[in-house]
Design a protein around this ligand. Structure first.
Ligand SMILES: [Zn+2]
Length: 438
C-alpha cells in the first residue's frame, strides 16, 4: 500500500488516502479512494479493530482538470472483537475530509463559500457547478462563512463608525410587500461593513452596541450618521462621548429632495397634472439636481429656459439656489467660512414662505452642530458607506432579491465585511525551467 499514500496525498491532497482508480464517467472524473494506515482501536475500549466490511460513499469534490469530480470512497466498517464491549461495529469517519450527509467534501464546501462570499457569485451557480441543491450550497456558505464573520478580529479596532440605512427589499419585488430597511454599520477607516441589523430604529443600533464589549465601545471616537434622531440617540447613549457628524451626503440629499418636491408641486399647479415628457420643469428634473459647478453653459441655459417657462413665481429657482447654497457650505475653506455660509443659508431660508424650504431649514438647524463638526473631523463622512451601499446593491442584484435577511447578511459580510480569507499562496510559474534548458 505504501507508495500510493504519497501519490494520494500529492494528487488528491488528502492525507492518509490512497487513490485506487480514476475513471471518466459521462464527462465526470470518478476517483476511487480509500484510507490507508494501521488498524484503529475501538472508540469504546481501545482494542485493535478487525476489518469487517466496506461501504461505498460518493461525495462531490473539487473539479479536476476542468471536469467535475466525485470521490468514490470505499469506507471500512470495523468490528470490535472484545466480547464485553458494547460497540459491535462502526464505519470509519474523516470529518476533516467529508462529514456524513453533506454530499460534498469539506474543501469543496470551503470553495463554494469562497466563490459566493469573496467573489460574490450566485449560490445557484455554484450549486449547478457542483451538482448539489441550492440548500446544500447555501449551507456550505453558512457553515464556513459564519465562523469568519463571527471572528472578533474582523470587527476590532474601529475608531470611526458610520451608521446608514439601506433598503433591503424594494417594494416592487412583490406588490404586497412594503420596502423594509436595514441599518448598516460601517468601519469608516477601513471601509468594511461591520454588520447589518433589521430595521432603521435607534433600538436596532442600541441592541447592536450592547453586543460589543467595553474596550470596543470606548475605542469609537467619531461617528457619521444619517440625519436621524433615533441613530443619534442610540450612538450618543451607547458610546463614550463620540464626536458626531451628520453625513454630508445625506444633508445634500435632503436639499435635493426639497428641489424635487417644489418642482413637482409647481408643475402640478401650472399644468394640472404630474410631470410628462415635454413639460418644461419635467425636462430639467435631473439637471436641477446636478451640482452647478458641473454644468456647462448649455446646461445652465437649459435650466434657465425650463424655469422661465414653468416656474412663474421663481419657487423652483429659489429651491435650487438654496440647495446650491447648502452645497457650498461643504466646499468652505475651514470652519469659519462654513459657519458664515451656513448662517447665510439660514437667512435665505427665512426670507421666503415656501413650506418645503422652511422645513429643510428647520431640519438643518436642528443638526447645525453636527453639520459643522464635519470641519473639525477632516471631513468625516459616510462617503465610504455609500461605496459599500453600492456593493450591497450588487449583492442584491446577484441574489435576485433576498427574502431571507440572515442569508443576505452573511453574503454581504463575506463580500465586504473585511473577512480574512486564507487563500493558498500560489507560486508564479516560470515558463521555462533553467535546469531543463541546460
Ligand atoms: Zn470495543
Amino acid at each position: 500500500m505504501g507508495d500510493d499514500t504519497t501519490l494520494g496525498t500529492v494528487v488528491l491532497g488528502l492525507e492518509g488516502f490512497a487513490l485506487r482508480e480514476a475513471t471518466l464517467v459521462d464527462g465526470e472524473v470518478c476517483l476511487a479512494v480509500e484510507t490507508v494506515g494501521r488498524r484503529p482501536g475501538c472508540p469504546d475500549c481501545g482494542v485493535v479493530a478487525t476489518a469487517r466490511d466496506r461501504r461505498t460513499v460518493q461525495v462531490r469534490d473539487l473539479a479536476i482538470g476542468g471536469r467535475p469530480c466525485r470521490l468514490v470512497w470505499s469506507k471500512r466498517i470495523w468490528r470490535c472483537r472484545e466480547p464485553l464491549c458494547p460497540t459491535a461495529t462502526w464505519t470509519e469517519r474523516r470529518d476533516d475530509v467529508a462529514r456524513p450527509r453533506h454530499g460534498m467534501t469539506e474543501r469543496a464546501r470551503t470553495e463554494v463559500c469562497r466563490q459566493v462570499g469573496k467573489l460574490g457569485r450566485p449560490v445557484a451557480q455554484l450549486a449547478g457547478e457542483y451538482g448539489v441543491g441550492w440548500q446544500s450550497a447555501m449551507h456550505a456558505v453558512t457553515d464556513h462563512g459564519v465562523p469568519m464573520i463571527d471572528d472578533p478580529a474582523r470587527t476590532a479596532g474601529v475608531s470611526s463608525l458610520g451608521v446608514d440605512e439601506t433598503s433591503f427589499l424594494k417594494a416592487s419585488y412583490l406588490r404586497k410587500r412594503r420596502t423594509t430597511f436595514v441599518t448598516g454599520l460601517v468601519d469608516l477607516n477601513r471601509s468594511r461593513l461591520l454588520d447589518i441589523v433589521p430595521g432603521r430604529a435607534g433600538s436596532a443600533v442600541t441592541d447592536w452596541l450592547e453586543g460589543r464589549d467595553e474596550p470596543w465601545l470606548s475605542a469609537v471616537e467619531r461617528v457619521a450618521l444619517d440625519p436621524h434622531r433615533g441613530y443619534f440617540n442610540a450612538l450618543v447613549g451607547g458610546l463614550d462621548a463620540p464626536t458626531v457628524v451628520v453625513d454630508a451626503f445625506h444633508v445634500i440629499k435632503l436639499a435635493n429632495t426639497v428641489v424635487d418636491e417644489v418642482r413637482r408641486r409647481v408643475q402640478q399647479e401650472q399644468t394640472g397634472h404630474r410631470g410628462h415628457a415635454g413639460d418644461p420643469l419635467y425636462g430639467i428634473r435631473r439637471i436641477l439636481l446636478t451640482g452647478a459647478e458641473r454644468l456647462n453653459d448649455k446646461g445652465q441655459a437649459r435650466i434657465a429656459a425650463g424655469l422661465a417657462a414653468g416656474d412663474p413665481d421663481a419657487e423652483v429657482w429659489y429651491a435650487h439656489m438654496i440647495k446650491e447654497q447648502l452645497r457650498s457650505v461643504y466646499r468652505a475653506d475651514g470652519l469659519g467660512q462654513a459657519t458664515e455660509r451656513l448662517e447665510a443659508f439660514f437667512d435665505d431660508v427665512a426670507a421666503v414662505a415656501i413650506p418645503e424650504i422652511r422645513r429643510l431649514g428647520k431640519t438643518i438647524r436642528r443638526w447645525r452642530t453636527e453639520v459643522l463638526t464635519y470641519f473639525e473631523t477632516d471631513g468625516l463622512s459616510n462617503g465610504r458607506t455609500e461605496a459599500i451601499n453600492g456593493l450591497v446593491k450588487r449583492i442584491k442584484r446577484i441574489g435576485h432579491g433576498f427574502r431571507n435577511i440572515d442569508n443576505y447578511r452573511i453574503r454581504l459580510l463575506l463580500f465586504c465585511g473585511g473577512v480574512n480569507w486564507q487563500d493558498h499562496p500560489t507560486a508564479h510559474i516560470r515558463r521555462r525551467s533553467p535546469r531543463l534548458i541546460a
